[in-house]
Design a protein around this ligand. Structure first.
Ligand SMILES: Cc1cc2nc3c(=O)[nH]c(=O)nc-3n(C[C@H](O)[C@H](O)[C@H](O)COP(=O)(O)OP(=O)(O)OC[C@H]3O[C@@H](n4cnc5c(N)ncnc54)[C@H](O)[C@@H]3O)c2cc1C
Length: 264
């Protein structure tokens, strides 16, 4: 069985900074990590590998050369191989162009049974890449996955939508976008880190290797235009009352009365 996990490198959440002039994300000098839900996807792939035999797990990322660090981390967690898709021609990609390039890379990998993605990336935050990728590849898909079971050629997925749990069965190959609630990603071991940096390679595929349709990559393949981005201003401060519960209730009542929000 072959599993592909899509992995995006994102800035550490509390380090996200926007350039006020251009409205674009400042990536220079900002520490980066694997998108948290992609770590859940890697963990799930490794768990499937532990209970089924034989399973090969490939981590796939599109990004600038420094995205190699995210793939090294995936290797340290235990994936079998890592592929970085990187080329200046892919720069400026919106979610559609990103999904397209990933689909071309996956077609080049050729054999796969499952594609696992994170539900959403913490920076772009659209949650579009997984579902778009499934559409482009013509695969059945399940999102918000909180439980995955594989039996033969069928995968069963439990997903939560607010208070409703839905169970679907899909014939593989299939794509699943996992929720952060599905598992707790493992820590990297020292041996894993050593192996990832000393013994393993990150395979690099460029435009020449993938030969994508030039009209579907980079700016040309991106129908989305960002007109404006801004950091929301907090115009109101929250009220924090730290006391015994009964005193909190009294203080809160007094506050509402003071503001004429309630009348006795
Ligand atoms: C007009 C426009 C221009 C843009 N230009 C740039 C640019 O120049 N440079 C830039 O870095 N970004 C650019 N972006 C942002 C880029 O489109 C998104 O970062 C990317 O498409 C992923 O979208 P998302 O972050 O919403 O991911 P989501 O859809 O929220 O991600 C869901 C899951 O899909 C997978 N995934 C997402 N992206 C990748 C990836 N790259 N590799 C592997 N797996 C992935 C992961 O498993 C992830 O958990 C641009 C966006 C727009 C709209």
């Amino acid at each position: 069985m072959k599993i592909i996990v899509t992995v995006k490198q994102v800035p550490k959440t509390h380090e996200v900074r926007i350039n006020p002039k251009t409205g674009t994300l400042v990536r220079e000098g900002v520490p980066s990590v694997i998108n948290p839900e992609d770590k859940n996807a890697i963990e799930e792939a490794l768990r499937i590998r532990e209970s089924h035999d034989p399973v090969e797990v490939t981590a796939l990322s599109m990004g600038p050369p420094q995205a190699e660090a995210a793939l090294r981390e995936a290797l340290a967690m235990g994936v079998d191989r890592a592929i970085l898709v990187s080329d200046r021609a892919f720069a400026g990609a919106d979610t559609l162009a990103t999904s397209y390039i990933l689909s071309v890379a996956i077609k080049k990998i050729r054999k796969y049974d499952l594609i696992l993605c994170g539900r959403q990336a913490t920076d772009g935050d659209t949650g579009q890449v997984g579902p778009q990728l499934a559409e482009i590849l013509g695969l059945p898909q399940a999102t918000f996955a909180e439980e995955i079971g594989v039996q033969g050629k069928v995968v069963t997925v439990k997903s939560r939508f607010d208070s409703v749990m839905r169970t679907v069965e899909m014939k593989m190959p299939a794509l699943i976008a996992v929720s952060g609630r599905i598992n707790r990603p493992r820590f990297k071991t020292m041996n894993g880190v050593l192996r990832a940096f000393r013994d393993k390679e990150v395979i690099l595929w460029t435009e020449k290797d993938l030969k994508p349709n030039p009209m579907r990559i980079g700016i040309n393949g991106s129908p989305t235009w960002v007109r404006k981005t801004f950091v929301p201003k907090h115009s109101r401060d929250g009220l924090v009352i730290e006391k015994q519960p009964t005193d909190i209730a009294e203080d809160f009542m007094n506050y509402l009365l003071e503001k004429a929000l309630i009348r006795l």
